[in-house]
Design a protein around this ligand. Structure first.
Ligand SMILES: Cc1cc2nc3c(=O)[nH]c(=O)nc-3n(C[C@H](O)[C@H](O)[C@H](O)COP(=O)(O)OP(=O)(O)OC[C@H]3O[C@@H](n4cnc5c(N)ncnc54)[C@H](O)[C@@H]3O)c2cc1C
Length: 304
């Protein structure tokens, strides 16, 4: 049995879109194929007539800086992200999250766009993009438009994008400036299935005194059908000096607000709720320290 019959490698977005249109639902976008081809091979998804590979389209395989914004093509691989000095310095959490995805083989071909388009609430790259308040550019009904990243998510594995008709083109967000920093951490089972028990990405901006958290964005997951911001925790942190007491209050708020479920592949609900404290104790002081010192060296890349 063939997993597909035709494989196209268009060189422009217009060509990719026109191939999808011509096949009228019988062709599907593929990037690294690390999710899609496994799903087809394992029978979770039927074989497709045609695959439209977007990784030969130059505009989708670049990381570009425009002022304070960075624009990442949907076909940029996790390895490209890990190797970006700009992202290591000014979007450290994204490098940390892409740096723990699979192993080198998966990171060399798997893309940030595929991580988002697959729409799983546990996707590591997406967790950091949420904390970075990213936007996505899509091509739908022949129109390009930007929208907040979270608007793409409609349920576990369900996206606003229909990959037999639509394309995710770019992701963009504001890079960290002075007094701002990010961090990502995750807890994995030591053995067995490669599903995170819990991941956490956060972004902070420190006030002029270097002690007060002026603003924060926090994403901890998976704790819901779609990636979500822990808005209560953000509220708890905003405008208060960073102390051990504040950290414990933020953890208590997160444990009251977030309700991870028991999953036989991840862990029990009780254990995962306890782990909320662990990820926040690791990531929050790290992000604050980075924001205070301007030092941002990604941790854990390629180790998990
Ligand atoms: C061994 C292994 C370990 C893994 N570990 C992790 C992990 O630790 N953390 C993690 O988050 N993920 C992990 N993954 C999952 C996967 O590697 C990532 O989600 C990866 O980023 C998917 O990207 P891709 O380019 O391979 O997507 P693909 O498989 O090519 O595509 C995924 C889905 O998105 C659609 N799609 C892709 N690109 C576009 C686009 N531009 N526009 C519209 N639709 C599109 C496809 O049609 C498909 O439905 C792992 C996978 C494997 C096989």
């Amino acid at each position: 049995m063939n997993l597909w019959n035709r494989y196209y490698t268009p060189h422009t977005v217009e060509e990719a879109f026109s191939l999808l249109k011509t096949h009228d639902g019988a062709a599907r976008v593929v990037a690294g194929g690390t999710d899609l081809l496994l799903e087809i091979r394992q029978g979770h998804r039927p074989p497709v007539e045609a695959l439209v590979d977007i990784t030969r389209i130059p505009e989708l395989t670049r990381i570009t800086q425009e002022g304070d914004l960075v624009i990442i093509g949907a076909g940029v691989t996790h390895t490209q992200i890990i190797r970006s000095e700009l992202l290591a310095r000014r979007a450290t959490c994204l490098v940390e999250s892409c740096g723990v995805i699979g192993g080198p083989q998966v990171r060399n071909v798997g893309t940030l766009g595929g991580n988002v388009a697959h729409a799983l609430p546990a996707a590591d790259g997406a967790t950091s993009l949420v904390a970075l308040d990213a936007e996505a550019e899509i091509l739908q009904d022949g129109q390009r438009r930007w929208l907040p990243l979270l608007e793409l998510y409609k349920g576990p594995g369900k996206s606003l994008l229909d990959p037999t008709h639509d394309l995710l083109l770019h992701l963009r967000f504001r890079l960290c400036g002075e007094g701002e920093a990010t961090a990502f951490t995750r807890i994995m089972r030591p053995q067995g299935v490669a599903l995170p028990v819990l991941g956490c990405a956060l972004w902070v901006r420190m006030g002029d005194d270097g002690e007060t958290i002026e603003d924060a964005r926090v994403c901890i997951g998976p704790v819901a059908p779609v990636p979500t911001r822990a808005t209560g925790v953000e509220e708890e942190l905003r405008g208060r000096p960073f102390t051990g007491e504040l950290l414990e209050q933020a953890i208590a708020r997160a444990q009251a607000e977030l309700h991870p479920r028991t999953s036989k592949y991840r862990a029990t609900a009780e254990y995962r709720a306890e782990m909320i404290g662990v990820v926040l104790r690791r990531a929050l002081p790290l992000a604050v320290r980075r924001a205070q010192t301007g030092e941002a060296t990604p941790e854990g890349v390629g180790l998990q």
